[in-house]
Ligand binder design. Structure first.
Ligand code: ZN
Length: 585
């Protein structure tokens, strides 16, 4: 239970929070100014502090060095009473638990910061065991260079201790490195402390600058988190230090920890600029859903196409030419690095229309293997009467040949030199001679079902929509789905490429065989939003951004989750679900 910390926004494990002191502090932040340490119990027995709403009081504690034996930890464990002022408890990953505090300080941070594996293990264990709506603090470890990664891993609070200490030792810290003071003939910064000639710059000035640089970096990180773009930044930032690169990769290996926290939809762009981009949750999740949930419903041949820099693909010059040649006689699927394969029905679905990558045509071996693996799984799951590859020579063609060999499939190649030459387009057109066209109705129905598969689970599209005579109004991509009784079930949201349901659609979903994500609430009728304290239970597999059914003794509603399932259950503050439609019971 926390009264003094609230999470307002999430970007993976990183969050924008509010430390609700008399002057509230937006986190992630340095908290030196608002921290009161009641002291260590090693020196003396201490009275419980009186506390105050002005500060975050660190309760009396016994810190143990990193690596202390379990028995030692247990015998020195401190009982933390539940306080009615803002409080922080000192724990280790092993002793992390709900002590009723608003924040938790990991006492052995200095032992694991600098060691990627130990850092990952400690922080993840702590975060799994601490209540989701409390703040996590690491003390004595933050620098301008590492703090974006600390936040990326889920740290909310830090202090200036290390940055200042390094200054007093003669080190000048920046977000990309550190310098000996005496090596600087010019100060690479314009902060208050740096407004003097390098020759007059003292170690005390360096301490001030380092603290300023840490605060500036945190401001940049908060902006990134609000924009949902911290990952893009840390992919570059991690390169400035070996252990940060290692740390970043270690976290990518913790797929379930990250996946639980990364929203399923976002409207910000995703920049795939490094080889690590393949490993990010959004990319892996899309590939996973396309190959495990999505199913092709067209009877036509498959045409594999290269991606375009412009998104959605169908609005690009090249894809317009392909479309004209294909004339609804084939199912168009684009191949792309680093997303994998994108069936035409999912071209708007996050992150298919949101990613931006460097289009050089030169793919690394990792990229080729990834795209080949996705294509292989895709073709194992989906049967086509014919497979046509309208792809440029090089990586694309190599991948298709590799997969066709593996699966023993026949592939017809239609490109000579380049996919958009008159000759190539002519080949594509001719090779589809005699193939029947699908109708606009078929196309639209298949889009809606594909979105349901992708969003809700395998076969969800059929489970929801096969028994009803679907009627569509308005044009793609703003499809509105109605049943034959004239009741609207859902709308396609073009900016994320997902379905949002009406109340009637929510009932169809709930009563179908498709897995439903449900948030159970207390006996009230939510208007606008459901706050976390009103949540009684929630499905653990709910992710931020998921469509959820909300049910309680007094209400039935449909909306979008603002936090994940675990957070919905554990949180005592914050918006849990934004409600779209509600009816009283
Ligand atoms: Zn400065």
């Amino acid at each position: 239970m926390t009264d003094y910390f609230e999470v307002h926004a999430r970007d993976g494990a990183a969050r924008i929070g509010e430390l609700r002191l008399s002057d509230s502090v937006t986190t992630p932040a340095v908290v030196d100014d608002v921290l009161a340490d009641a002291g260590s119990l090693w020196a003396t027995e201490r009275e419980l502090p009186d506390g105050s709403d002005d500060v975050l009081t660190v309760l009396p504690h016994r810190s143990l060095p990193a690596g202390s034996a379990d028995e030692v930890r247990e015998s020195f464990a401190v009982d933390y009473p539940d306080m009615d002022f803002p409080s922080a408890a000192v724990v280790t990953a092993d002793t992390a638990d709900d002590y009723g505090a608003d924040a938790y300080v990991l006492s052995d941070a200095q032992g694991f910061v600098g060691h990627a594996r130990a850092f990952r293990d400690n922080v993840i264990e702590a975060k799994e065991n601490l209540p989701a709506d409390t703040a996590l603090m690491l003390s004595g470890v933050a620098t301008p260079r590492n703090v974006s990664l600390l936040v990326y891993a889920g740290v909310d609070l830090v202090d200036e201790t290390l940055a200042r200490a390094r200054g007093l030792e003669g080190f000048y810290l920046t977000s990309d490195g550190e310098y000996f003071l005496e090596d600087l003939d010019e100060l690479p910064c314009a902060c208050e402390a740096c407004r003097k000639p390098a020759s007059e710059f003292t170690r005390a000035d360096a301490a001030d600058h380092n603290a300023n640089a840490l605060r500036a970096e945190l401001a940049r990180v908060r902006r990134r988190v609000r924009d949902g773009r911290l990952r893009d930044y840390v992919e570059g930032q991690a390169r400035h230090d070996q252990w940060l690169t290692a740390l970043f990769r270690r976290f990518d290996q913790q797929y379930s920890f990250m996946e639980e926290r990364v929203p399923v939809i976002r409207d910000s762009e995703l920049t795939a600029a490094s080889e690590e981009s393949i490993d990010r949750v959004e990319i892996q999740r899309f590939a996973d859903r396309v190959t495990k949930r999505y199913r092709n419903r067209f009877d036509n041949p498959l045409v594999l196409l290269p991606c375009s820099a412009k998104k959605p693909y169908s609005e690009s010059q090249s894809h317009r030419q392909f479309q004209e040649a294909v004339q609804y006689r084939a199912h168009m699927v684009s191949m792309t690095s680093p997303i994998g394969v994108v069936p035409q029905e999912l071209e708007l679905t996050y992150p298919a229309q949101h990613y931006d990558s460097v289009v050089t045509g030169d793919w690394s071996e990792d990229e080729k293997s990834f795209v080949a693996e996705v294509l292989r799984r895709y073709l194992e799951r989906n049967d086509y009467p014919r497979i046509i590859a309208h792809l440029p020579p090089g990586a694309y063609t190599e991948i298709v040949e590799r997969v066709a060999d593996d699966l023993d499939l026949d592939v017809e190649f239609t490109v000579s030199e380049h996919p958009t030459t008159t000759e190539s387009i002519g080949n594509l057109m001719r090779t589809l001679d005699g193939e029947p066209k699908f109708t606009r109705e078929e196309r639209e129905h298949n889009v809606v079902k594909a979105l349901a598969d992708y969003q809700l689970g395998p076969d969800a599209g059929d489970a929801l929509f096969s028994d009803v005579e679907l009627e569509m109004t308005s044009r793609y991509p703003k499809l509105q789905v109605w049943n034959d009784a004239g009741v609207q079930l859902a709308t396609m949201v073009p900016q994320y490429g997902v379905l949002s349901f009406t109340l009637e659609g929510a009932k169809v979903w709930r009563d179908s065989d498709a897995p439903t994500k449900t948030v159970e609430i207390d006996g009230f009728v939510p208007h606008g939003s459901v706050l976390a304290p009103g949540v009684v239970d929630a499905d653990a597999d709910i992710r931020p951004g998921d469509e959820v059914v909300v049910e309680g003794p007094k209400a039935f509603a449909i909306g979008r989750a603002e936090m994940g399932g675990r957070e919905l259950i554990e949180s005592t503050r914050g918006i849990g679900v934004e409600i779209r439609h509600v009816e009283e019971r």
